[in-house]
Design a protein around this ligand. Sequence first.
Ligand code: PEP
Ligand code: MN
Length: 322
Amino acid sequence: MHGTSIFGWRRVVDQGSTLRLPQNGAGGVREVWHDQFCESPGVLKSARHEQTIVPVLDIEIGGDEFVTMAGPCSVETEFQLMATAHHVRRCGARILRGGAFKPRSSPYSFQGHGLDGLKMLARAREESGLAIVTEVMSECDVPMVAEFADILQIGTRNMENYALLEAAARSGRPILLKRGMMATIADLLRSAQFILDNGNPHVILCERGIRTFETATRNTFDVGAIALLKQVSHLPVIADPSHAAGHRELVPALARIAVAACADGLLVEVHPHPEKAWSDGEQTLTFSEFDEMMSSMEPYLALRPSRVALRDARVVAMEAVG
Ligand code: PEP
Ligand code: MN
């Protein structure tokens, strides 16, 4: 009975007695999922293609490092952006987020600074060394946004805007593809396939919550989607706990859950004064809340197996099968 509790579950202890996060399921992809995702064969794992690593400056998304992308919802002022960039970098973030083009539910809300916002992001990259992820909303804007951004974000409202997906793909920049708030996992993978088919293999999937009957949270964080995507797809998966939760006090818990579900990184909203933010203040972390969240994730991050360990484990499993 060694290692088995009376409740029937086991603590997984490897030979070095180090606790590790269990990997999702057994090796391989279920047949039913092959059928379900048959229209996006290029994004599915295969023996030859286990994991895509997206290079961004000196960062590898989908590799060993858990990559945190943090920053304000919208680029507002030079001070707001620079202060946030320096702060999140000190806490371990590698990528600065911030919208210069904002898709807002109300036509009367702040729509973003456009080109001026992009220039502020470029200055923040120069000062902080962080890479930049920012949203592009229209295919006409792709060349301009691609000139300033290291990663193009496709927002939830545009996941099925195929003219935009094509233009973004052809820019050659890595693409952070957010799941549509009403999209199934198969829909998300079809959009990813569309980007691949337009010549761009550098796609990063992003789970940001979907619409359900629940109204206490802004969206419903579909952690099952993260686990499933990591099981079936070789593309990196990023979790956005901010837009999923809608309330800042829930964000750290969702971030930790994302690590346990084997996400490759986070996209999280941070602002020096969230109560004064021009957009999404309710779900945005203060600097000290961000610090606390990052520290609270450390024990979970320490459990992530390295890719080398994963590869070795798979070799052992394959040898055992014969
Ligand atoms: C954002 O990242 O600020 C944003 C608008 O995200 P989404 O498209 O997921 O709503
Ligand atoms: Mn936002």
